[in-house]
Design a protein around this ligand. Structure first.
Ligand code: ADE
Length: 385
């Protein structure tokens, strides 16, 4: 804590509690009635600032996407061509104006490369990226600590941004729009509003649930809101080949194709399956070919369409317990003893993409193709919705 953090005991306590290390150059009372202070702050000392979000994201990376496989240059990033083209214009223009890029939001199913894009943006802008996540920011003080510890030009990446609570969102609005942080300190008649000036920064948000983001927050991503699409087969195979080269895995085209077909059009899944297949070949001391991929992935419980046991339970439950639907997400989740968010974020996007289920105003229904995959005759229902 800087000795020069002034502003009276409540402010000093707030800074200490929230690890805000802000040098206040001057402060003044704006209005005696509102008891507001404007605090011009200059130097931020980040040193050992960590937060739960960083740890969580790092753990996820190790579980699902080996850092060595993550593209570290634009040229290595396969797919999402339209987003890359738009981002390159945005970044080049910002660089020419010598200004940080405007705030960006990425959304789409997990594992499609939202975090990787954020890393590439930081690299392209030649700045640091600080990472946190919506659920890690529990109190306004957590956000204040993160924002006041940014250096000019930093990228602040907030994963799962839809899980920020409303009070925190409201503090974020002025920070995004005007680079100020309004904090109320204390309660009742002695409450004070403190306004801190923040360094120029770019917020990059990522979410798997865009519909859960409030529209005021969504509208503040002035640089753009980008939806990441599932990858096509060729792109997934290219990613598998790139990853096997990095990991030193020898395999033929048919093996890469067999992994690709079970990868749910998702790079993270493709890399995960590749690593499991490599383990299987190593333990059995066999060559990595199509037959071995099929054996290894069957043992892992991944079927030829890339469905796992939880996807199968979902479609089987819609067929058996709800006569093919429609069934609401909450009823389906209760029946499976599963979290609604898990179904909505992890299972549904792929089941919708391959046309096994459809979303209707009255709930989810299992399609003919879904029935066919289960090997069950589809009931010939009149479609009224
Ligand atoms: N690994 C994970 N995602 C990738 C991508 N989009 N391009 C190349 N390698 C990747």
């Amino acid at each position: 804590m800087s000795k020069s953090a002034q502003g009276g005991p409540p402010f000093r306590d707030f800074c200490l509690q929230n690890k805000i290390t802000t040098r206040i150059i001057s402060y003044s009372t704006i209005s005696k009635f509102s008891n507001s202070y404007r605090v011009y702050h200059k130097t931020i000392f980040m040193s050992n600032h960590t937060n739960k979000g960083e740890e969580e994201t790092d753990r996820d990376d190790f579980e699902f996407l080996d850092l060595t496989l993550r593209p570290s240059k634009w040229g290595e990033y396969i797919g999402q061509e339209n987003i890359k083209r738009n981002l390159q214009i945005l970044l080049d223009a910002a660089k020419e104006r010598n200004h940080p890029p405007e705030h960006l939001l990425f959304y789409g199913p997990p594992g499609l490369g939202k975090t990787t894009l954020a890393h590439l943006i930081a690299k392209e802008s030649n700045t640091q990226m600080k990472t946190t996540s919506g659920p890690a920011i529990e109190r306004v003080g957590d956000l204040a600590s993160i924002l006041t510890n940014l250096s000019p030009g930093d990228i602040l990446f907030i994963d799962e941004i839809h899980r920020l609570n409303k009070n925190i969102e409201e503090v974020l609005y002025p920070a995004m729009e005007s680079r100020v942080l309004d904090i109320i300190i204390g309660k009742g008649p002695s409450a004070r509003t403190i306004q801190l000036e923040l360094p120029k920064f770019t917020l990059v948000g990522a979410t798997t649930r865009i519909s859960m983001l409030s529209s005021p927050l969504r509208s503040r991503f002035s640089g753009g809101v980008f939806r990441l699409e599932f990858y096509n087969n060729d792109e997934i195979i290219e990613i598998i080949k790139r990853s096997s080269k990095i990991l030193g895995i020898q395999m033929d085209d048919n093996a890469a194709k067999a992994i690709g077909e079970r990868s749910r059009f998702t790079p993270r899944t493709a890399n995960y399956l590749l690593k499991r297949v490599r383990d299987y070949a190593q333990v059995h001391k066999k060559d990595l070919n199509q037959k071995l991929v099929e054996e290894a992935l069957e043992l892992l419980g991944v079927d030829r369409m890339g469905l796992n046991s939880s996807d199968i339970s979902i479609i089987r439950t819609i067929a058996d317990k709800f006569a093919g639907g429609p069934v609401g997400l909450n009823t389906l989740a209760a029946s499976l003893a599963e979290e609604e968010s898990t179904i909505a974020e992890f299972n549904e996007p792929y089941l919708l993409q391959i046309g096994f289920i459809e979303r209707t105003p009255r709930g989810r229904i299992l399609t003919h193709v879904g029935y066919k995959h289960l090997g069950v005759e589809s009931p010939k229902k009149e479609r009224l919705f």
